[in-house]
Design a protein around this ligand. Sequence first.
Ligand SMILES: [Zn+2]
Length: 334
Amino acid sequence: MRAAIFERQGLDNLNVKEDVQQPTITDHDVLIKVKSAGVNPIDYLTVSNIPGIKPLPHIPGAEVTGIIEKVGNHVATLKEGDRVVVYNSIFDGTCDMCLSGYEMLCRNAGILGVITNGGFADYISAEEKNVFKIPDNVQWDVAASLATTTKTPYHALREASLKLNEYLVIFGASGNTGMMAVQFGKKMGAKVIAVSKDNWIKTDFGADYIISDYDKVVEQVKAITQGKMADVVLNSLGVNTWENSFSCVGINGRWVTFGGLTGAEVKLNIQFLYRKQIKLIGSNGSTRKEFEDVIDMSSELKVRVWKRFKLNVNEALQALFAKERDGRILLDIN
Ligand SMILES: [Zn+2]
């Protein structure tokens, strides 16, 4: 089969090969012909320098959708021809976190495409417990965006206990996860303030307000909320926007993150935190139940695609950091 594969980490070492061995399946696995895959920062890190990659040589790709081609002998819930998406937290199903329903926090957790071969290939194998059917009317672009881009902000907003009629401020609102967070914010009944330079996040994705000037975010949130500030702030951009985003949180508000793209070390004013009774919340992936929720809602979700590639993953990974990026990057593989 064809696959984007590397023997040693480094973007220059990633090559497309035609003669990679197709994955084998056990009794509990399915073989999926990959249709489409999402490109995310985790893939860039996998190729460039994240520790603990296995196996080697390695195929990256953490966000995968496709069609089942073969099922193992003990697979009961899936069959050949099913359109599926892969839940990309690898979990043991036996530890205390798994037993509490937090598969993504499994004590032996890892990410598909990082501690296993991923989906930047013609085929991928996955355990039945990680594979979910998608509704017939869901487009491949949305299906290829469920496993990372969609489930992550959904879980984060649930962790932040976002409620009806609350003010939600989303930093990076037109990014991969941001555009999904805007849609979930609206579904949850919040008043969504998008921090973004892209007007389409308001006109096409339903944000109630848009703030395009990062230097004026705090004063504009103050004006929009009549001085109350935000109930929930979602910011996965990291250190560059930390101060602005934390200053936007109102009394009894929640600040939630699942990423630190521009850096992870920040300075925190503890007085501001306790006087306002602010909660800082870390969020990681989603449970399988939440993944099922987003699949269930997927026909009502949309995604803006900027560029499509085939298996030329090097170019796709570099495009991820292009200044002019205006939507998602997907691989149309088969
Ligand atoms: Zn576990």
